[in-house]
Write a protein that binds this ligand. Structure first.
Ligand code: GDP
Ligand code: IMO
Ligand code: MG
Length: 433
């Protein structure tokens, strides 16, 4: 049986949620493997929008198993609220099961407080985090002082770990940031409530996935963020704190690397970025404004305006290489309708005259000095939102995606022309032969 990973090829918000929801139809198990509620994945089904931050984007389908893997950092308050919201809207299907790994680390109130306090202190070197405590929770995980779901369910261990953490975190909060300290007992009481509520969902999810695979079930791994927000391969330090690349689908869910047969890279037809950091093809003119307004480019988590620019194939080519992408899904093509000329960035030229065509310079100063090298194509004015097949698309639209396919060196799997599940042209089924 084929298992598929879906990852972002840019800086997040490529439309992963929409594609995962669509592919989930053919999958049995859908697994989030990294990140946390910094993610905002939008699904539009029968005109109704749902934004998910933690729960896998397969949840709207019945008879599925949805898993939050060990690589995810989980704010239990957000997980509880997300479940309650879905239930309230009658969107949690009767036969679909949800599990969270007993090894997943918890986001604690001090992670959020310190995330916000740190960012507020940095004047010109802000990362522009989502303020959800993601980086701080991963720091604690690596420092071996993190608190996991299995600890939450054991009152004594939870209190011990909490007290140790609070002592150190309050030192930072009060002495470094001159903020009010946190109270361990208050957090303990609050988190007892989450433990009670979430206990039925906590499981050995690596084992569940293995059992499902043995039964011939198909697994869909759902990435969050994008390749260039990866802690190792992204535009460091303007990145998130987890590995967002496809390889982490293995570590972050507890399956071997051979379990991932195909990797679909989601590529927005232009580029966006939320938060700070270099952006070679960024546009601050009327074209950028067009992308921002027509594409409704506001963060699904923080509501911040997303920065917009031309499609950057240097980013995408690096993502194809680093993630082992076997197919590309192009999204938001409809947003480019009406632009007279379209540009695709095929290379960067540094101030010293060097050219980069398939890798992003690691040195941020070099990257900041890069100029884009563009190829120009003609735009189209026809409404493409109701296209069902490639032949329905205008000639210039087809030329644009053909160029994208050639430059990415990966076959085109899907073209998305609207936010709704139905506004999609599927060229190849990733679970098929
Ligand atoms: P994700 O984080 O990768 O899941 O992406 P987000 O949900 O944060 O952002 C993508 C946004 O674009 C959402 O508002 C989607 O509903 C919307 N969207 C997805 N695909 C398309 C498309 O093909 N056309 C248009 N116009 N909107 C789309
Ligand atoms: P999805 O899954 C876009 C960005 C933040 C910030 C940086 C670090 O919806 O594509 P963090 O809070 O993770 O420490 O912030 O990463 N960021 C995202 N940008 N989409 C996301 O997720 C993001 N998750 C984090 O804006 O620049
Ligand atoms: Mg998003």
């Amino acid at each position: 049986m084929t298992n598929v990973a879906v990852v972002g090829t840019q800086w997040g918000d490529e439309g992963k949620g929409k594609v995962v929801d669509l592919y989930a139809e053919d999958a049995d198990v859908i697994v989030r493997f990294q990140g946390g509620n910094n993610a905002g994945h939008t699904l539009v089904v029968k005109g109704v929008q749902t934004i998910l931050h933690l729960i896998p984007s397969g949840i709207l389908h019945d008879h599925k198993t949805c898993i939050i893997g060990n690589g995810v950092v989980v704010d239990p308050a957000v997980m509880k609220q997300e479940i309650e919201n879905l239930e309230k809207r009658a969107l949690f299907p009767e036969h679909t099961r949800l599990f969270v790994s007993e090894k997943a680390h918890l986001i604690m109130p001090y992670h959020r407080r310190l995330d916000v306090a740190r960012e507020a202190r940095k004047s010109d070197r802000k990362i522009g985090t989502t303020g959800r405590g993601i980086g701080l929770a991963y720091e604690d995980k690596v420092a071996r002082v993190g608190i996991r779901f299995c600890d939450l369910l054991d009152e004594t261990t939870f209190m011990e770990k909490l007290r140790d953490n609070i002592e150190e975190k309050n030192f930072y909060l009060t002495r470094r940031f001159e903020e009010a300290p946190l109270d361990a007992q208050q957090i303990f009481d609050e988190y007892r409530g989450y433990a009670e509520y979430l206990k039925p969902f906590v499981a050995d999810t690596s084992l569940i996935i293995a059992q499902e695979m043995r039964r011939g079930k198909k697994i869909l791994f759902e990435g969050a963020q994008g390749c260039h927000l990866d802690i190792d391969h992204g535009t460091y330090p303007y990145v998130t704190s987890s590995n967002t690349v496809a390889g982490n689908a293995s570590c972050g869910s507890g399956v071997g690397p051979r379990a991932i047969d195909r990797v679909v890279g989601i590529c927005k037809a232009y580029t966006t970025r939320v938060g700070e950091g270099p952006f070679v093809t960024e546009l601050t003119d009327a074209v950028g404004e067009h992308m921002q307004t027509v594409g409704q480019e506001f963060g699904a988590t923080t509501g911040r305006k997303r920065r917009c620019g031309w499609l950057d194939m240097v980013l995408v080519r690096q993502a194809v290489r680093v993630c082992g992408i076997s197919g590309i899904a192009v999204t938001k093509l409809d947003v480019l309708t009406g632009l007279e000329k379209l540009k695709i960035c095929v290379g960067y030229r540094t101030a010293a005259g060097e050219e980069y065509t398939e890798s992003v310079p690691a040195n941020l100063k070099a990257l900041a000095g890069c100029q884009p090298v563009y190829q120009e194509l003609d735009g189209w004015t026809e409404d493409i939102r109701h296209a069902n097949q490639i032949d329905d698309l205008p000639k210039n639209t087809r030329k644009y995606i053909e160029r994208l396919e050639i430059l990415s060196d990966a076959p085109l799997m899907l073209v998305s022309v609207g936010a709704g599940r139905e506004s999609t042209i599927v060229l190849k089924n990733p679970f098929g032969d």
